[in-house]
Ligand binder design. Structure first.
Ligand SMILES: NC(=O)c1ccc[n+]([C@@H]2O[C@H](COP(=O)([O-])OP(=O)(O)OC[C@H]3O[C@@H](n4cnc5c(N)ncnc54)[C@H](OP(=O)(O)O)[C@@H]3O)[C@@H](O)[C@H]2O)c1
Length: 336
C-alpha cells in the first residue's frame, strides 16, 4: 500500500530529508499497523539526521527519521489481543535505544504492541505526540534521580523548551522553588506562566551570579539539557550535597572535567538516558500514565508551538536548530 515517509539517504543538513514512497508490509506477529495522526519532533531527530552524535550508531540507509507518534490502529497482526482496530495509541522509541529503529516520520507504521500506550480520554493525539517522549524524560529525572520538594530550590535550564517546560511545571507542582533560565524575553514570559519563581536570561546575564544572589547558600539540584554552555558553570550554583543532572546537549557536549571539582561540596552528577527508564512495557505504561494524569489534572500544560505538514519536516528541523520556539513541535501527516 502507499505510504509516504520522510527519509534520509546520508547524514547531513535538513536538505537531506526526502519525502518519498516507502513500502510497508502487513503487521507481523505481535504488531499493529498505525495510521499516524500526529508525530512528535525531538532534538534527537536532528542528532540522528546529522549523524556522529550517538556512540556506535551506524544506521543503514535509507533511514526513516522520528521516534515518537500518536495514531489509530488500522489492522492487527497475529497474536495481538490488547489493542483493536480504532484504538488511539502512542509510542516513544522502539525496543533498542530511543534514537535507533527510527521511522515515525511516516503516514503508516507497523509497531510492536509492547511499545504502545493507550491515549486516555481528555488527551488528544496531538497532545500525546507533543508530550510522551519529553514527559518520559522529565519522569526519568524527577522520579528516577532527584524529586524536588517544598524547601528545595532547583535550577532548570531552558525552562520554556520541550523537556525544560515539563520539568519546570512538575517541580513547581511538587512544591519546589524553581529558578528557570531562558534564551529570550518572550520565553521568560512563558517560563513565568509555567510556574518559574525566578527567570534568568542566561545569554545576557551571568546565571551563576544571579542564582547565588537568589539562593546564597546554593540550590539543591540543576536540571540541564543544554550541556556545553551551562553544565560546568552550574556546579558552582549547587549547595553542599547538591546534584547536577545533565540530560541533553543542545549547545554541544559537556567538556571533560576533573572529578575533584565535586569534592569541596560533595556534589553528585548524573547523565541520564530515557531508554532504560521506559524499556519494558510495564515501566513505559506506568510512566506514560503518570505523565498523562499530570496533564489531566492540570499540573502540566502542553504547549504545541507549531504544527508542520509531515512533508515539511525539514522546516521543523530548521526551527529546532535555531531553538527559538517554546514547548513542542508536531508533524501532521494528514493532507501532506
Ligand atoms: N537524555 C535523554 O534521554 C533525552 C531525552 C529527550 C531529550 N534529550 C535532549 O535534551 C535536550 C533538550 O531537548 P528538548 O526536547 O527540550 O529540546 P528543544 O525543545 O528543542 O529545546 C532546546 C533548547 O535548548 C536551548 N539551546 C541552547 N543552545 C542551543 C543550540 N545551539 N541550538 C538549539 N537550541 C539551543 C534553546 O533554549 P533557550 O532559547 O531557552 O536557550 C532551545 O529551545 C536535547 O539535547 C535533547 O537531545 C535527551
Amino acid at each position: 500500500m502507499l505510504n509516504k515517509a520522510v527519509r534520509i539517504h546520508r547524514h547531513g543538513g535538513a536538505e537531506e530529508m526526502e519525502w518519498e514512497d516507502t513500502p510497508i508490509d502487513n503487521p507481523a506477529v505481535g504488531e499493529v499497523r498505525l495510521r499516524h495522526t500526529a508525530i512528535g519532533v525531538n532534538f534527537s531527530d536532528v542528532n540522528v539526521r546529522r549523524g556522529g552524535f550517538y556512540p556506535n550508531h551506524n544506521p543503514s540507509f535509507p533511514l526513516g527519521l522520528g521516534n515518537e507518534a500518536a495514531g489509530v490502529v488500522e489492522s492487527v497482526g497475529e497474536g495481538v489481543t490488547d489493542f483493536q482496530v480504532g484504538d488511539r495509541v502512542a509510542y516513544a522509541g522502539m525496543l533498542r535505544q530511543f534514537y535507533m529503529d527510527t521511522g515515525a516520520y511516516s503516514e503508516f507504521r507497523n509497531v510492536p504492541v509492547s511499545r504502545l500506550v493507550a491515549i486516555p480520554e481528555g488527551v488528544t493525539d496531538r497532545q500525546a505526540a507533543a508530550i510522551l517522549l519529553k514527559g518520559c524524560t522529565a519522569s526519568l529525572i524527577i522520579e528516577g534521580v532527584f524529586t524536588p520538594a517544598a524547601g528545595n530550590t532547583v535550577l532548570i535550564h531552558t525552562a520554556a523548551a520541550g523537556v525544560g517546560s515539563i520539568l519546570c511545571q512538575w517541580s513547581k507542582h511538587l512544591g519546589a522553588t524553581v529558578i528557570g533560565t531562558v534564551g529570550s524575553v518572550q520565553k521568560a514570559e512563558v517560563a513565568q506562566r509555567l510556574g518559574c519563581d525566578h527567570v534568568i536570561l542566561y545569554r545576557e546575564t551571568d546565571f551563576v551570579e544571579e542564582v547565588l544572589r537568589i539562593a546564597p547558600k546554593g540550590i539543591a539540584a540543576v536540571f540541564d539539557g543544554v550541556g556545553k554552555d551551562t553544565f560546568l558553570p552550574s556546579l558552582r550554583c549547587l549547595q553542599q550535597f547538591g546534584i547536577a543532572v545533565n540530560y541533553g546537549n543542545a549547545s554541544g557536549n559537556v567538556p571533560p572535567f576533573d572529578v575533584m571539582t565535586l569534592a569541596s561540596k560533595s556534589l553528585s552528577i548524573c547523565r541520564v538516558g530515557v531508554t532504560g527508564h521506559i524499556h519494558d512495557t510495564t515501566s513505559f505504561r506506568r510512566v506514560a500514565s503518570k505523565v498523562f494524569s499530570l496533564v489531566a489534572e492540570g499540573a502540566i500544560e502542553i504547549n504545541i508551538h507549531r504544527t508542520y505538514a509531515l512533508r515539511d519536516a525539514a522546516k521543523a528541523h530548521a526551527a529546532v536548530e535555531v531553538g527559538g520556539f517554546t514547548g513542542s513541535l508536531i508533524l501532521d501527516p494528514v493532507g501532506s
